[in-house]
Ligand binder design. Structure first.
Ligand SMILES: NC(=O)C1=CN([C@@H]2O[C@H](COP(=O)(O)OP(=O)(O)OC[C@H]3O[C@@H](n4cnc5c(N)ncnc54)[C@H](OP(=O)(O)O)[C@@H]3O)[C@@H](O)[C@H]2O)C=CC1
Ligand SMILES: CC(C)(CO)C(=O)C(=O)O
Length: 353
């Protein structure tokens, strides 16, 4: 069957009813707003009552702004206790550490033949599968940049990789349909993969660099432009990728991040080239600093460190793989959360092996 015909058949078979976006912040709000703009029925759910009120209010609405696009949509929105109905497609975009609580709250609204798509960082698909069932869990990897500014306002800072895939790698009709939908309404370069775990572990390795940036004053591109940090970058990514390989996962590359360069046999030259490529990807971006930096220094709230990169050292221990640089980074992040360590570019030097 031709690709277009296959996508159309898949859509007809599985695209029924409105999409519920659970967690309407930077990521959920940006994807959901694009769906609404393309005239798809979307219901937003978020715990921030004033954000919910803004999205549903024609006088306020959900505004997407920034260098990529600017528009406003108005859509039905509710706090978790107000959500009504059962949905076949739920996009989950809460912070990693809120995943289990959100899954338990959304469970009554998930159709028996529906699915939850994790538009998140970390290994959230494991948690969703535990609560909702593996057959009702779809994987996603997102690397576009967005920030929630205030109720009803989100900056879409830069395009980035968007990937979807079933946990077992099968190209099911629902995965084909969802991929086609995201390509049409949001990211033309969206990818349908048979190795979603490879992308998720790749993003975990990249995320370790985003956590490191969270300790510093300068942004992601500036951190990648510091050659003296190459050993830190190699140590952090190397630890994550070594654990991934022990788990039987082959981490994948994206947006300048070269998973091979940081894996077994990866050379210093290849790692340096990847740092340069990551700098080039991030340099023009409207989102200059990581979400972790924003949690620490703008929103003054706890980061998802333990639920995200913090998941790696315990998995490493089951394989006898130590992760000393990651553990040091997590401890430093917690010092920042407690107000015991100021933001400083010099923090990164402490992570040199
Ligand atoms: N922002 C970015 O550029 C990127 C983010 N990611 C990942 O995407 C995921 C979402 O992050 P992001 O959009 O930035 O986060 P945001 O904090 O902007 O949005 C999450 C929203 O979900 C709300 N929320 C928390 N708990 C619940 C719940 N139980 N039910 C419903 N809503 C809830 C939050 O409220 P409250 O604030 O009160 O907790 C917040 O409004 C994370 O895993 C992140 O790491 C991935 C790539 C890029
Ligand atoms: C910086 C970004 C958008 C990846 O490029 C990210 O994933 C984050 O802030 O958590």
């Amino acid at each position: 069957m031709a690709k277009e015909a296959e996508q159309a058949a898949a859509r007809q078979a599985v695209d029924h009813g409105p999409i519920l976006v659970w967690g309407a912040g930077a990521i959920g709000g940006t994807i959901g707003a694009h769906l609404v703009k393309a005239r798809h029925a979307v219901v937003f759910c978020d715990v921030v009552a004033d954000h919910v009120a803004a999205i549903a209010d024609p006088a306020r609405g959900l505004v997407i702004e920034g260098p990529v696009t600017q528009f406003k949509v108005v859509a039905p929105a509710a706090t978790p206790d107000q959500v009504k109905g059962v949905f076949r497609r739920i996009i989950l975009a809460v912070k990693t550490h809120d995943t289990e609580a959100a899954c338990r709250a959304l469970l009554p609204h998930l159709a028996p033949d529906g699915y939850v798509l994790s538009a998140q960082n970390g290994l959230c698909e494991r948690v969703i599968a535990e609560v909702c069932g593996a057959h009702r869990t779809m994987g996603a990897f997102v690397n576009f940049g967005a920030d929630w500014l205030e109720p009803g306002r989100i900056t879409y800072g830069n395009r980035g990789a968007v990937v979807v895939g079933e946990l077992d790698g099968e190209k099911t009709p629902r995965a084909i349909a969802l991929h086609a939908l995201l390509q049409q309404v949001f990211e033309p370069d969206a990818v349908l993969t048979d190795n979603i775990w490879g992308y998720l572990w790749g993003k975990l390795a990249y995320s370790s660099l985003l956590y490191a940036q969270g300790l510093a004053a300068h942004g992601i591109a500036d951190m990648m432009a510091r050659p003296e940090l190459l050993p830190m970058v190699r140590a952090l990514c190397g630890e994550v990728i070594t654990v991934a390989r022990a788990e039987g996962v082959k981490p994948l590359s994206f947006n300048g991040f070269d998973a091979t360069a940081f894996g077994p046999g990866g050379t210093e030259d290849a790692a340096r080239a990847s740092m340069i490529a990551m700098e080039a990807f991030n340099r023009p971006n409207g989102k200059t600093h990581s979400g972790i930096w924003r949690d620490l220094w703008v929103r003054h709230r706890a980061t998802p460190a333990d639920a995200q990169i913090g998941a790696v050292p315990p998995i490493g221990r089951t394989h006898g793989i130590p992760c000393p640089t990651l553990e040091k980074l997590i401890a430093m992040i917690h010092q920042c959360e407690r107000g015991e360590r100021p933001m400083s570019d010099a923090n990164l030097l402490e992570l040199l092996p």
